[in-house]
Design a protein around this ligand. Structure first.
Ligand SMILES: [Zn+2]
Length: 307
């Protein structure tokens, strides 16, 4: 019930903004490019790779931004409103943007890159909840790539050949990345293949590449961790003689530091294995500023700390 009022206001805002939206659409028709808005940097990177020179991509969530907590600003609504197409993750990753996607879907193609995943490809975490961090299984990200390719062709058939060619080339790179991650993780001694992080972003990664994964917070960052979570994690590290745990660029570091301090008091030294990019990519222009660079960086960081 309490939700009704803000949605109404938002809808009004969207309707007002629709007027100005048309102008920017026309502007984009001028440069001939498809104006695409993506939520996360990973999705923006995927669309850029497949869309190539025929798309102009804007990603709403930059480095260090947590998509679970992200609320669209007025400026974002304007950007979404002037887009020709919108791509988002789905599986409730962008939990606070559901209403906006629903509204936008009435006006333009608004596509979850996970829409073509088959039953069983998504990890169930409870009766009603699935793990949204699908991009860390590179094979699943290829399914998302195919969806992006299909949707770009469906909405801009003039450039079908180009989208197909870009897609084939990018999938080849993803296959090589997938093999790289397998090969690297296999260098870690089997009893050290445990990945401990601030929140459960690496479930797909762990399952695909053979690591046990433990996060201090659950699969989203909405609920605060408690002192019991810190104690449980500390006990787990001490008991299993885990050497390293990892920070995440989009999650505050306080929780992981509390666990390290706790273990230290019990005489077990845990080091910080490094910083992983989980729910947001790194700065543009750096290695971690692309999807392939992000996955490679995470893999190298994990392997160096645990092998
Ligand atoms: Zn997450």
């Amino acid at each position: 019930m309490g939700l009704l009022k803000p949605v109404g206001i938002l809808l009004a805002a969207v309707l007002i903004l629709t007027g100005c939206g048309n102008e920017s659409s026309e502007r984009n028709q001028d440069n001939g490019k498809l104006n695409v808005v993506a939520t996360t940097g990973m999705i923006g990177d995927l669309v850029e790779n497949i869309g190539g020179e025929h798309v102009e991509v804007t990603s709403l969530m930059g480095p260090g931004v947590d998509p679970h907590l992200y609320k669209a600003t007025q400026g974002d609504v304007k950007i979404l409103d002037s887009a020709d197409m919108i791509f988002y993750n789905g599986v409730h990753l962008e939990g606070k943007m559901t209403d906006i996607f629903e509204m936008m879907s009435k006006e333009k193609p608004t596509i979850a890159v996970t829409q073509d995943f088959k039953e069983g490809q998504l990890h169930k975490v409870s009766a009603s909840e699935h793990d949204p961090h699908v991009w860390f299984d590179v094979k699943l990200w290829m399914v998302a790539a195919e969806t992006v390719k299909e949707e770009l062709i469906a909405n801009d058939s003039d450039h079908e050949a180009s989208y197909l060619e870009n897609y084939e080339a990018y999938v080849q790179q993803l296959k090589e990345l997938d093999q790289y991650v397998h090969d690297q993780i296999n260098k870690i001694p089997e009893n050290q293949r445990v990945l401990v992080t601030a929140h459960d972003a690496f479930g797909y990664y762990g399952k695909s590449y053979g690591l046990d994964v433990k996060g201090l917070q659950g699969i989203n960052t909405l609920s605060e961790y408690g002192s019991k979570d810190v104690t449980d994690m500390r006990n787990y590290l001490v008991k299993n003689e885990i050497k390293a745990i990892f920070m995440e660029s989009s999650v505050p570091k306080k929780a992981i530091e509390a666990v390290i301090q706790g273990a230290k008091k019990q005489g077990h030294t845990v080091k910080v294995g490094g910083e992983l990019f989980s729910d947001a990519m790194g700065e543009k222009g750096t290695e971690e500023g692309t999807y392939i660079g992000m996955v490679s960086h995470n893999t190298d960081t994990i392997v160096n700390a645990l092998k």
